[in-house]
Design a protein around this ligand. Structure first.
Ligand code: SOE
Length: 389
């Protein structure tokens, strides 16, 4: 890979997402023909032993224990932010001020105000940037986008999506700390809205356009939990569950549900879009399939009703999005590949001078919807999102 342009990466954080992204950087050049090659230059985390172990596992050349030092290093081109949400803003702004490209984990920030500051900083610095809403790059979902853009669904009427989990039902799950910072409002900003629904909102607006207003029902089922840092039982202020209705700018209606209390569901993530001429539906548990109902053919003819039916498309052919870069038709790929695709798209963007989406400005729109949901959950009123049209 001697002829490739090196992209020296500084990874901040070494949890679940630090691993998913590192895996993607390592694999991307084996499967995609790109002008750039990510180099795992430095990993950063507060605990020297842990970050060194992570660096050894994934092949990072060096470690730092202070992210401020990392963003100032001359040998780093891009910063990857994989830490809890309360750190996203300060790291992103400092990285932008130091001229670094930034790849930031979702959600962009805790609040719209933070996200706006981040957008201002990166746009002022003019640095390439991307937010890791990885599910857009599951080939079946990308295929849904193609079908919608080709007009195969026709006028959209309904969008519905779930993201259901069950890992916080036990009352002794702490808030704060590794992984469980997602239950601490200070670190996360919100609960399932920012953590899970943000994915569904990003995909929904990508497929079906801007969400203009929302009406939400939120609940915190377990009111107090031990805080892993203070060791004390403290009030819980995140939304454990959220159900919201939405209006899209194109006139269609949305219904969304997310919880971490759906016993038996670990990551039931679904979407469905119903239009006048067809429907698409997707379920992450069968991520290699896209379900498609065709009512009217591309030529405009109605499909013969006695043979019309849902088609379960096995999205593994070479002509399907991203799949030509993997195995042979019929053989599936999985969750981790969505991150490889994100890196491939980011690097392709660098090569072609195009902006890989979602960039910070695009992710700010999702943040606006999340904030409107939380506000609506508190007030019981419909709230305008203020999303750019
Ligand atoms: C939470 O359990 C979580 O890991 C999210 O933080 C991720 O964004 C989601 O993809 C899977 O669930």
């Amino acid at each position: 890979m001697a002829d490739k342009k090196k992209l020296n990466l500084g990874m901040i954080g070494y949890g679940f997402m630090g691993r998913a992204h590192s895996n993607a950087y390592r694999k991307v050049n084996n499967f995609f023909d790109l002008a750039h090659e990510p180099v795992l230059k430095a990993a950063c985390g507060r605990n020297q032993d842990n970050v060194q172990a992570f660096a050894d596992t994934w092949g990072y050349e060096s470690v730092e224990t202070d992210w401020r030092k990392l963003v100032e290093r001359d040998d780093i081109d891009a910063i990857d932010i994989c830490v809890p949400n309360d750190l996203h803003k300060d790291i992103a702004i400092a990285a932008a001020e130091n001229g670094k490209m930034i790849l930031c984990e979702k959600p962009l920030a805790r609040t719209v105000a933070e996200a706006e500051e981040m957008v201002e900083a990166i746009e002022k610095a003019g640095v390439p940037n991307m937010v890791w809403y990885n599910y857009r790059r599951v080939p079946s979902i990308t295929l849904a986008k193609q079908l919608i853009d080709e007009g195969r669904i026709g006028k959209p009427y309904h969008y519905r999506a779930w993201f259901l989990q069950d890992w916080t039902i036990a009352e002794d799950v702490p808030q704060g700390g590794a992984g469980t910072w997602r239950l601490d409002v200070e670190a996360a900003g919100s609960g399932v809205t920012g953590d899970l629904l943000a994915h569904n909102i990003d995909t929904a607006m990508w497929l079906n356009g801007p969400i203009t207003s929302v009406s939400a029902l939120t609940e915190t089922f377990v009111k107090e939990r031990m805080h892993a840092e203070s060791g004390k039982v403290e009030p819980v202020s995140i939304d454990d569950a959220c159900i919201f209705m939405a209006r899209f700018a194109n006139g269609s209606l949305g219904s969304f549900e997310s919880t971490r209390y759906a016993r038996g569901h670990k990551a039931l993530k679904t979407l469905e879009l119903n239009g006048a001429d067809g429907s698409v539906s997707f379920d992450l548990h069968e991520l290699e399939y896209l379900n498609f109902f065709e009512y009217r053919s591309p030529a405009g003819d109605k499909v013969d009703s006695h043979v019309a039916g849902w088609r379960k498309i096995h999205v593994t052919n070479g002509e399907h999005p991203y799949m030509g870069n993997w195995w042979v038709p019929g053989l599936i790929i999985g969750y981790e590949h969505s991150f490889v695709h994100a890196v491939a798209d980011f690097l392709t963007g660098l090569e072609k001078g195009e902006v890989a989406q979602p960039d910070f400005r695009n992710a700010l729109q999702t943040q606006k919807v999340c904030e409107a949901i939380i506000e609506s959950g508190k007030s019981g009123q419909w709230v305008d999102t203020g999303v750019e049209l």
